[in-house]
Structure formats: C-alpha cells, structure tokens
Design a protein around this ligand. Structure first.
Ligand code: ADP
Ligand code: TRP
Length: 321
C-alpha cells in the first residue's frame, strides 16, 4: 500500500504530533511504500516569517530522521520542492463545491485562534486533497483532527472520477483511537498554536518543568481520583508499560496518591522514551548536508510520480496541447 502523510513546519514538533501521527508514519514504513512530506505550502497559511519557515522545515526533517525515518526506503520531501501539487490543487478547486469547504471546522477554528482569514486558509483542504491524490495514496495516517480533511479529499476524488473518468485513487484515513487526541499541559488538545506543548527534543530540564506544570483538578491526595479525567494519566498511557499503567490506575481509584507523584514518574518515562533519539538528532544538526540531500532525493522521486498523475489529469481536463 502507498501510505502518505504530511506535517506542517509551523513550529517545533511535540509529543502530540509524535504519538498522534509520526509514530504511525514510522511504524507503517517498513511494510508499505511510505510517502511523507513537510507541508510548507500549508504552513504559509499561518504566516510565519520566511527565515523561520525555512528553519522549521529543516528542523522537522531532522526530527523525522532522528526518530527513525528510513531514508533509504521512504520518500521524504519538502512539499514546495514539488510544485506540481499547486497546479493540481487549482484543477481540483474548479470542481470543489463551496459548501464542502464551508463545512470544514478547521478554517473557523483557526480564524478563532487568530489566523488571518485568507483564501489560502479557506482552500487549505483542497491543497491537502491534491497532496494525497496526486500520489495515488491508499492510506493517510493522521491525528483525529484531520478526519474531516480526508473525507473532503474522498468527496473531491469521487467528483473528479465521475466527471473525467476513473483516474484518482480514493484514499482511506488511519487514525489510532487510543492516541487520537494527546492533551497539552493546559488540558486542551496539545497544539503548536496553543503554546501548551511538550516538544520532542527540547532540553530535558524543560520537559521536566512542563510536566510538573500540567493542569489537574484539586482532589486532595487521600481521595480517589478518576484516571480517565486526568491529563497526566492520558500522557502516562503513551509511555508506561501495560502493567505499570494498571498499577497507576489502581492507585488513582483507591486514593492516597498525589498528582505530584504521578508527574515525577511521567517525567522519567517521557525522558527515557525519547533519550535514544536525542544523540541522533544532535548528529544531524551537525550534518545538515545529509538532511538536504535526503530531501532533494525525495523531491526527485515524488516529483516523478506527481508529474505522471498531472499529465493524465491535464489530458482528461483539456489543459495543454
Ligand atoms: P499542531 O496542532 O500542533 O499545529 P499539526 O496540525 O501540524 O499540529 O498536526 C500534525 C499531525 O499531528 C496531524 O496528523 C495531527 O492530527 C497530529 N496531531 C497534532 N496534535 C495532536 C494531538 N494533540 N494529539 C494527536 N495528534 C495530534
Ligand atoms: N493538514 C495536515 C495537518 O495540519 C498536514 C497535511 C498537509 C497533510 N497535507 C497533508 C496530512 C496530506 C496528510 C496528508 O496536520
């Protein structure tokens, strides 16, 4: 199967990105054909400054490679290095009903968060559909917040195929239920735009500080607590063994354990989990030529696939000679 996913370089990657999306990307690459990219055209919708955008893209690339992206097997590129996708997005725009985009919640959410209500932000799902469809993707692993965008992609693909003939593959999404929404330190969805993240590679003492600041209710130490309503427990689930987790669950329910104790253990487990990757991340920082070469190779391979689809699409839509 061809697996495709993108991640925006809109800031430093966090453990919500990792457990919600990247973890799946990395585990699917061995048995499948992985196509992963850094969605910098999409990041432009949140208006970062040019220097920052370029730096973030490289940071995301280093994070992925450090965390285990197979640079030999998986096609990995920066979205803007394969600009064919933008032409394709325009073609798809011309058959995307306004109503389909007006129903998308992410536009309203992002405007409510303070992003400019631009046409790019509104048309964001069409570019995402183009990303997915130009590479004939079968499966798109993402976090739960992307479900609607994959549904829009399917609708657009079906409309295109009904209009011009069966050319596009209609994709499925893959969302891991257990980690669909990783909470941030304030209890809302962890997100770069809420300033509530724990970054994958920030210094260990900062990870500790952030975990110790996680918001909880004010149940006294002696009282029983509900693990399912606790942000610390939600994060513990991601890194603790099943035995240890059920141990903590019992402690929550029987009372007598304070949140501070659980936080301290969470710090240890979280740091242990990512420690093996920190060294690799440092090495890549010192060998950026390697990272740039991986992206250039990826862009070449991805570009060849994109051009093949676009040629077919141009032909059936009556564009070009
Ligand atoms: P952010 O909200 O931090 O800007 P992105 O929108 O760039 O994150 O998301 C990149 C990928 O990570 C997407 O597949 C998204 O679903 C996933 N993701 C982001 N935040 C979370 C979270 N808190 N829990 C689970 N998955 C997440
Ligand atoms: N919209 C996605 C996000 O914010 C990023 C993205 C862009 C994407 N194009 C994609 C994800 C194609 C999957 C497939 O996370």
């Amino acid at each position: 199967m061809r697996i495709l996913s993108g991640i925006q370089p809109s800031g430093k990657l966090h453990i919500g990105n990792y457990f919600g999306a990247m973890c799946q990307h990395l585990s699917l690459q061995a048995q499948n054909e992985g196509f992963y990219f850094i969605a910098d055209y999409h990041a432009l919708t949140s208006g970062p400054d040019p220097e920052q955008l370029r730096k973030n893209s490289l940071d995301v690339a280093m994070d992925y490679i450090a965390l285990g992206l197979d640079t030999e097997k998986t096609v990995f590129w920066r979205q803007s290095d394969v600009p064919e996708v933008v032409e394709f997005a325009w073609i798809l725009s011309c058959l995307t009903p306004m109503g389909l985009l007006q129903r998308c919640t992410s536009y309203k959410d992002k405007v409510a968060q303070g992003l400019s209500p631009t046409h790019g932000l509104f048309a964001y799902p069409v570019l995402q559909a183009a990303d997915i469809l130009i590479f004939n993707s079968d499966l798109v692993p993402v976090g739960a917040d992307q479900k609607q965008h994959i549904e829009v992609t399917r609708d657009i693909a079906v409309k295109f195929n009904n209009t011009y003939g069966d050319i596009l593959t209609v994709p499925e999404e893959s969302i891991l239920k257990s980690v669909a929404v990783v909470p941030g330190v304030d209890g809302r969805k962890m997100s770069k735009s809420y300033d509530n993240t724990i970054e994958i590679f920030e210094p260990e003492n900062q990870v500790k500080k952030k975990i110790m600041r996680i918001v909880t209710d004010s149940t006294p130490v002696e009282d029983p607590k509900d693990p399912d309503k606790c942000n610390i427990f939600a994060l513990l689930k991601l890194v603790a063994s099943p035995e240890e987790l059920s141990d903590w669950e019992n402690k929550y329910r029987s009372g007598g354990t304070g949140y501070g104790t659980v936080k301290k253990r969470l710090v240890e487990l979280m740091l242990d989990y990512f420690r093996p990757y920190r060294q690799k991340r440092k090495e890549l920082e010192d060998d950026q030529d390697f990272v740039k070469k991986v992206l250039a190779d990826g862009a070449r391979k991805a570009g060849a696939v994109a051009r093949e689809t676009l040629d077919k699409v141009r032909k059936v839509t009556g564009l070009g000679a």
